[in-house]
Design a binder for this molecule. Structure first.
Ligand SMILES: [Zn+2]
Length: 220
């Protein structure tokens, strides 16, 4: 009887500590098995699932339109369901001699506000009132690199805010249009949606309905 009481207290403490961790809004860097991850909306770190991506987390450097590093460290957090589809897409690129290079993943809402102040244009930065899919862990900013790690020519740099960054802009040489189409076709096949004004941005289908998070992540 006594041990049963301790057991119940233990369960209560465990539930309480889980709740506290959630309220702290700190993303765990722990490795989780994606196949066993029953909560597809849980945030996970992409590098724990594959070493086949190239990472250049632009907002953890000063090489971005904010001209300062706004992330505490260069990590790519996403919802588990986004990671699952991204892994599948990368497998298909790898089979053809290419791989995905990541520029941005989950983005806290506080950073979204900072970006909106600098570029208040919904063609390029989501209004924080509405929230970006990046704030939901369902979006990635990516390009492709070849087997030597060289980026394919996509016509503009990442975060180029002009019509040349659009999928609809056709005034490029054939190889650039082909590169963009190559990226787009495989991403679309893997349940992602493209965004007209940015060739680098892909949303997991349906993730616009997910919650917006302002999570802080652990950097150690
Ligand atoms: Zn994006």
């Amino acid at each position: 009887m006594k041990s049963k009481g301790f057991f119940l207290i233990g369960i209560a403490l465990l539930l309480f500590s889980c709740k506290t961790a959630y309220l702290d809004s700190t993303i765990s860097l722990e490795k989780k098995d994606i196949e066993k991850q029953t909560d597809s909306t849980a945030f996970v770190n992409l590098k724990n699932y594959s070493s086949d991506f190239v990472f250049e987390m632009k907002y953890a450097t000063s090489d971005n339109f904010l001209k300062e590093s706004v992330y505490p460290c260069a990590e790519c957090f996403l919802q588990a369901k986004t990671v699952k589809h991204l892994l599948e897409a990368n497998k298909q690129f790898l089979a053809l001699g290419y791989r995905i290079k990541i520029y941005d993943c989950y983005r806290p809402k506080s950073i979204q506000k900072k970006m909106w102040k600098i570029v208040p244009d919904a063609n390029y930065v989501a209004n924080p009132k509405k929230g970006s899919i990046h704030n939901r862990g369902g979006a990635v900013d990516i390009t492709l690199v070849d087997s030597l790690g060289v980026e394919l020519d996509m016509g503009t740099k990442f975060d180029f805010f002009g019509e040349e960054a659009s999928h609809n802009y056709q005034n490029f040489p054939e190889n650039i249009l082909k590169n963009r189409m190559f990226l787009k076709e495989i991403m679309l096949k893997n349940n992602f949606k493209s965004f007209d004004s940015e060739w680098w941005h892909y949303n997991l289908a349906g993730s616009n309905k997910d919650k917006i998070y302002n999570l802080k992540w652990n950097c150690h």
